[in-house]
Design a binder for this molecule. Structure first.
Ligand code: HEM
Length: 217
């Protein structure tokens, strides 16, 4: 059996995420899947069959907003955890200007990337904006508890904002998942918490140097 700091071939591994980071991330992700499925079930007759995953139409309608609250709280904790890694700096702006090198895997030509690249950081802020849009509009359209406090025009506008924010969130998460599979080894980081030295040096060289420097202090 391999030790937690070595892979099965005995190569050393670097810790990228703690158990708490990973549990927090996967609770958010599971809520997201349940919400996307139940939200689409309520959105259009063509996708209403998806209600089967939450026990039918009534349960879908009851559970969706509560799961939404759980996702918001879980995501808010994730934001607190990762906020300090997502500040946009001069190297990030340069990275965005060199999109051609990014898309053609010419990583050696790019400025040294820290914990996250500029694409991940921008996505982080799009996720925050869409989550806030979903929470605010979701409260206004929650018929059982809040919708009757608001004029019908406000409820109608909130329903539009809710659908728009959900669309942005779903598209962003599709990009997020695509990138997670595209950069081989990333999924392992969020599942096992560790990455190889090679992965860290290739995709996040500035972060790699910081980790190595700290381990030598
Ligand atoms: C459903 C499938 C999902 C998969 C397969 C997935 C995969 C991953 C992976 C592999 C990473 C690590 C990237 C790295 O270390 O470079 C990551 C980070 C992250 N994920 Fe996900 N994720 C999913 C859903 C979500 C959802 C629904 C959210 C929030 C709405 C989310 C928010 C984040 C955040 C905030 C980070 C840290 C990146 C940053 O702070 O910029 N993920 N994810």
């Amino acid at each position: 059996m391999s030790s937690p700091n070595r892979d099965k071939d005995g190569n050393p591994l670097i810790q990228r995420y703690t158990k708490n980071d990973r549990s927090n991330h996967w609770v958010t992700a599971i809520c997201f899947v349940l919400l996307a499925v139940s939200g689409l079930a309520m959105f259009h007759p063509a996708t209403s069959w998806l209600a089967v995953f939450l026990g039918g139409g009534q349960w879908t309608r009851i559970l969706h907003p509560f799961i939404g609250l759980v996702m918001f709280v879980s995501f808010a904790l994730l934001v607190v955890r990762f906020w300090h890694h997502n500040h946009i700096d001069a190297a990030d702006k340069q990275w965005l200007r060199q999109m051609d090198d990014v898309l053609n895997n010419r990583e050696d030509k790019l400025p040294k990337i820290g914990m996250y690249n500029a694409g991940q950081k921008l996505l982080f802020f799009v996720l925050i904006a869409s989550m806030c849009g979903l929470l605010l509009s979701g409260i206004v359209i929650w018929r059982a508890y809040f919708a009757f406090y608001f004029p019908i025009e406000v409820v109608r506008f909130a329903a539009l904002l809710h659908a728009f924010s959900a669309f942005v969130l779903i598209c962003s998460i599709i990009v997020h998942i695509y990138a997670a599979f595209w950069v081989k080894g990333s999924i392992g980081a969020m599942v096992r918490g560790t990455v190889t030295y090679g992965w860290a040096r290739k995709h996040h060289p500035r972060w790699f140097e910081e980790v190595v420097r700290k381990s030598q202090d």
